[in-house]
Design a protein around this ligand. Structure first.
Ligand SMILES: Cc1cc2nc3c(=O)[nH]c(=O)nc-3n(C[C@H](O)[C@H](O)[C@H](O)COP(=O)(O)OP(=O)(O)OC[C@H]3O[C@@H](n4cnc5c(N)ncnc54)[C@H](O)[C@@H]3O)c2cc1C
Length: 373
């Protein structure tokens, strides 16, 4: 390739684009260039809570659930490798997750979840109120029961982003920030490059990892923003050791004393404002879980935009109608969790030039005008 071209261009420097860049570079692919319109890892991936918790919210088993669990289970190795490559500890905390019930309706929900997951042979324990409070003494006294998911864990997603940036920089991926990709250049159904705010760049493969902005670059698949707001509190010592959910919200204790409380799911376009209504409801739900939250100082508030495809599932793999166009978007509520497996499977797809069977249910062509329903 000449000065104005690359082997592969990745659009988007969130956790997904960075994970794919790393996996490609580790497989020996040279001349990978990642283009980011603002700063690396400053959008949804920065806003996330870092929970790696496929079991806590799942009501049945399907290929999506299996993909989530597989990615979660890659994390210990992923964390160790990133530490080696980048020197950054991504604070993979394997204490586990609790899911609390406070009323009859909640209890029915957790009983059902316990039943199907036990039948499926998944690790999950059911606790009564006093067992749950023995494990986490600061949770509310009116908790009626709880599920414990020992394998659902958490990571410090902002440290993960730092680790990935350091790693891909060491692996000689070209990282360019402040470059807005305006369109993908396509000739006779083949990718020939991208048009950016600065220049036109040649390449034969484009990985579209632009999160919630994907459809603005290439409109074939409608990826929409779903806003999530977060409240960050501070406490020392930590009030809880586990990530703790109720059906209405969650709290996530961080090693440095921050306690994250989330979140909302809102259709607000591309607006990342924090609203009084959302903050009020997030704090009400956090207090329901752990009443001692009431006296903590609020140290930060933010919102991020989760990328959601029409069916809520990720969009992963080559576009059948356009040679050289690879999708890696639509990770919605699970992009941090899905980062290791997305990196691996998309890099494998490109290097081996084959369709990965695990990605079949998430193929972009399910939205194609030619798709058979
Ligand atoms: C409040 C909240 C809590 C969450 N909690 C969790 C959680 O606990 N666990 C979990 O797994 N997931 C969680 N998520 C979801 C997770 O954050 C996302 O699924 C994930 O970050 C998506 O990663 P991404 O790289 O696709 O998107 P992003 O991080 O948004 O990255 C996309 C990048 O593409 C860039 N870009 C866009 N358009 C262009 C263009 N034209 N040219 C160049 N660059 C472009 C953007 O600037 C951006 O940096 C949460 C999300 C939110 C908002």
């Amino acid at each position: 390739m000449n000065n104005h071209g690359h082997n592969i261009i990745i659009v988007g420097g969130g956790v997904i684009g960075l994970s794919i860049a790393r996996s490609l570079a580790l497989r020996g692919v040279s001349d990978v260039c990642l283009l980011e319109k603002s700063g690396l890892g400053t959008e949804a991936s920065f806003a996330a809570a870092g929970m790696l918790a496929p079991q806590a919210e799942a009501d049945s088993r399907d290929p999506f659930f299996d993909l989530l669990c597989k990615s979660r289970d890659l994390y210990p190795e992923f964390a160790a490798a990133l530490k080696e490559e980048s020197g950054v500890d991504i604070e993979l905390d394997q204490t586990g997750t609790l899911y609390l019930a406070f009323n009859e309706h909640d209890q029915i929900e957790i009983d059902r979840r316990h039943e199907w997951q036990t039948r499926a042979g998944l690790p999950v324990e059911k606790f009564n109120s006093s067992d749950a409070r023995f494990l986490e003494p600061n949770i509310a006294p009116n908790v009626s029961g709880a599920l414990h998911f020992p394998n659902d864990v958490q990571v410090e997603n902002r440290r993960l982003l730092n680790a990935l940036v350091n790693s891909v920089a060491q692996l000689n991926v070209k990282l360019r920030t402040g470059i807005n990709v305006e369109a993908i250049r396509i000739e006779k159904n083949h990718v020939t490059g991208v048009r950016t705010s600065e220049e036109t760049l040649d390449c034969r493969t484009v990985v579209l990892a632009a999160g919630t902005w994907t459809s603005l670059i290439h409109p074939m698949i409608k990826v929409e923003p779903v806003r999530g707001q977060m409240v960050c509190l501070n406490t020392a010592p930590q009030l809880t050791r586990h990530v703790i959910y109720s059906p209405r919200g969650y709290i996530v204790p961080r090693q440095d004393g921050r306690l994250l409380a989330g979140s909302t799911s809102e259709r607000a376009g591309f607006v990342k404002e924090v609203t009084v209504e959302a903050v009020t409801s997030i704090l009400r739900n956090a207090i329901e879980i752990c009443p001692a939250v009431t006296s903590l100082p609020v140290v930060d508030l933010w919102a991020g935009l989760r990328p959601k495809a029409p069916d809520g599932l990720p969009v992963l793999g080559p576009c059948g109608e356009i040679d050289g166009l690879i999708y890696a978007t639509g990770h919605y509520r699970n992009g941090i969790l899905l980062a290791p497996i997305t990196g691996e499977l998309i890099a494998k797809t490109i290097v081996e030039n084959t369709l990965q069977p695990e990605l079949a249910p998430f193929n972009p062509d399910r939205f194609s005008s030619l798709a058979v329903s």
